[in-house]
Design a binder for this molecule. Structure first.
Ligand code: FES
Length: 144
């Protein structure tokens, strides 16, 4: 049986959202403490929605595919909807991930939430409690 679903392989082979946004409104970088891989998500926000989103990932196939998928899921959504995207949403949209690779999907939602946190902070807006709580928890476990 193939390790990865067809959807994972498509996103891995042809990631449409890879890149960087110059002058992004929010940037989030997270590291995976299990393997040391890194992911950065860039967001551009217009009228309370994610107008554009890109990522850069130094990681495995699952990390790349989940990065690309989180961008697809978040693009065009409101900030509130984007903040509610979870690791399970990403893995589910990819048709599942092998159990040994589930930890790789953690990076995607975490990097997006970190970018949203950065956006609220830079814009001088009140940071939603869930994003602030996640940010504090990540600071304690970060290997950076
Ligand atoms: S092995 Fe590092 S993110 Fe998958």
């Amino acid at each position: 049986m193939a390790l990865y679903s067809k959807t994972v392989m498509e996103h891995f082979m042809h990631p449409g959202n890879v890149g960087e946004i110059k002058n992004a409104d929010g940037v989030g970088t997270v590291g995976n403490p299990v393997c040391g891989d890194l992911m950065t998500v860039y967001v551009q926000v217009k009228a309370g929605k994610i107008a554009d989103i890109k990522f850069k990932t130094f990681g495995c196939a699952a990390a790349l595919a989940t990065s690309d998928m989180i961008c697809d899921l978040a693009k065009g959504s409101t900030l509130e909807q984007a903040a509610e995207l979870t690791r399970a949403n990403v893995a589910g949209s990819l048709g599942g991930l092998p159990p040994i690779k589930m930890h790789c999907s953690n990076l995607a939602a975490d990097a997006l939430h970190e970018a949203l946190y950065d956006y609220y902070k830079r814009a001088g807006l009140k940071i939603p409690a869930t994003l602030a709580k996640e940010h504090e928890a990540r600071k304690k476990t970060a290997h950076r």
